[in-house]
Write a protein that binds this ligand. Structure first.
Ligand SMILES: [Zn+2]
Length: 225
């Protein structure tokens, strides 16, 4: 009798354990499922992402201006496009081996140079690095007598500073050819009197194509090839 009782008790104990285990497992599965469902429904109830404006590049068919080529979408694409334009060293008689990469040099407090200085005697011809249009003829304290030229796709601006004087008749909105005379090397602005040079900068223009701003691109690797 006692033995039978023990067996019964043992069986019962096992059943209880099995039941307990399967219950625990079931509860665990149920909990996991519930969590999943809750996460899924939470995701569904999230607001749809709002379309961002201002960061998107306009299409080539932008109503902003004359039809132009499609704008490169990334900076590396832009630099690639610029490299294919085969820029001319904008100072007459200067070969690639005379160029120095001063793009990352520090200039005025906390400012990067963002340009290269091409040393040359005063009066040396400054020529358009690329075909394009004269966006602005500007005189500033730092740059002195300057020219801002846009490339034909209006993606880039070329900046020529410290000019001694402009080429006769040079005017804003004028179309220029690659290699066309723009002016002469000088030291106007903050350039040292005894170190005349052309300060040459390239910028990728923003969508508004403002001549005074853009993302700087190092001209050195594009010219010294
Ligand atoms: Zn400079």
């Amino acid at each position: 009798m006692r033995r039978i009782d023990r067996r019964r008790v043992e069986r019962l104990r096992r059943r209880v354990i099995n039941f307990g285990l399967s219950f625990a497992l079931g509860a665990l599965v149920a909990t996991l499922l519930t969590n999943r469902l809750q996460t899924a429904s939470a995701r569904l109830s999230e607001p749809a992402p709002v379309a961002t404006t201002g960061t998107a590049e306009p299409s080539a068919a932008s109503p902003r201006g004359p039809a132009i080529e499609a704008r490169p979408s990334s900076m590396s694409d832009a630099i690639g496009a610029l490299a294919r334009r085969n820029l001319l060293i904008p100072v007459a008689g200067v070969g690639p081996n005379r160029l120095v990469d001063t793009f990352n040099d520090a200039r005025a407090v906390g400012r990067r140079h963002d340009a290269i200085d091409i040393m040359a005697p005063r009066g040396t011809e400054v020529r358009a690095a690329d075909a394009g249009t004269i966006a602005k003829l500007f005189t500033s304290d730092a740059g002195g007598l300057t020219v801002y030229e846009f490339d034909p796709t209006q993606t880039f601006s070329y900046y020529y500073a410290h000019l001694d004087r402009y080429a006769p008749g040079l005017a804003e909105h004028e179309t220029v050819k690659r290699g066309q005379l723009l002016g002469y090397v000088g030291s106007t602005g903050n350039a040292s009197e005894d170190a005349p040079h052309l300060h040459f900068a390239i910028a990728r223009l923003g969508t508004e194509r403002a001549w005074w701003k853009g993302d700087p691109i190092n001209p050195y690797p594009l010219l010294a090839k």
